[in-house]
Design a protein around this ligand. Sequence first.
Ligand SMILES: *Cc1c(COP(=O)(O)O)cnc(C)c1O
Length: 360
Amino acid sequence: MSRFLSARFAALEAYVPGEQPQDRSYVKLNTNESPFPPSPEVIAAVSAGEAERLNLYPDPEGRRLRKKLADLYQVGEENVFLSNGSDDILNFAFMAFCDQERPVAFPDISYGFYPVFAQLYNLPATVIPLGEDFTLNPEDYCELRQNIVIANPNAPTGLAISVADIEGIVRSNPDHVVVIDEAYVDFGAESCYPLIRQYDNLLVSMTFSKSRSMAGARLGFALGSAGLIRDLNKIKYSTNPYNLDRLTLAAGEAAVDSDGYYRANCRTIMENRAYTVGELDKLGFSTLPSQANFIFTRCPRMDGGQLYRALKDRGVLVRYWDKPALRDYVRVTIGSREQMDVFLAQVRNILKEEPAHENR
Ligand SMILES: *Cc1c(COP(=O)(O)O)cnc(C)c1O
């Protein structure tokens, strides 16, 4: 830190993204990207036409893309907010809706960015523990009288709660905003977005990064009441009105047009997930029941850090957290069948070659 950084950021601990190594190629199962390329339509959309217009500013309202998303989700265009990845939505929501009088609550084990935003904006945060089995008890969030952020399915566990449970939380906190982060909803969970018609305090955040193979393009969107969307736009126009570039907007439009392609990919990921969990079961792993494009799994013979390092040495990247409740586990992104077979083969090798690691 230089001597110029504002004192209010002195204690801020920034978010640490998963490794994005550029040195060698790994079977990359550490940041929940899609193993599948964007649809051919998306590739065509960014390759031609739009690239030639990069001298011109993009549409700050992203009207064409908002219209397409509104049609896809059967909501009004005034219910759709676009942003530079869904991290941007979370940032704007924390900025727009939370302050000293309106604190924020989220689970203790969830997306690592929530506590960072709370710290960034110096917010009082209520961190609510999950159960020992990593389940979220919806009752803990009912009548909380605070803003609430919940990832559903949760990260890094992959566990989801029902739309009825979400409705209970939203209904019982009518004067506070409930943000449901549905980054992983397309892999088998049920989205709660239809509830935005009934509840003006529900904001549902989604992303093109995971199910739509566009992590590199940075495109997220939120669905919510017209009032909430106006508030987010106020923040966006006060920070970075052109937060979506032309190529990303064009890619997003083509991606919505290719919805069937992405749905089929999600089905493949879900099949590969069931296959991977089944094979890990045979090796004695315990895996949480995931509704996301990753699994949170525990090796019978070594902790998460050991398994992570052994896999990395063998060219397979997964993610682990050196925190008391999490360190027995690794989080493994579900990739293609070929990638999962490499992962599984290396896990078998590790279990065979490293009996010395036996520490339980
Ligand atoms: C990946 C992820 C996001 C953000 O993704 P973007 O790439 O910024 O759209 C948000 N929430 C959760 C829980 C995630 O895992």
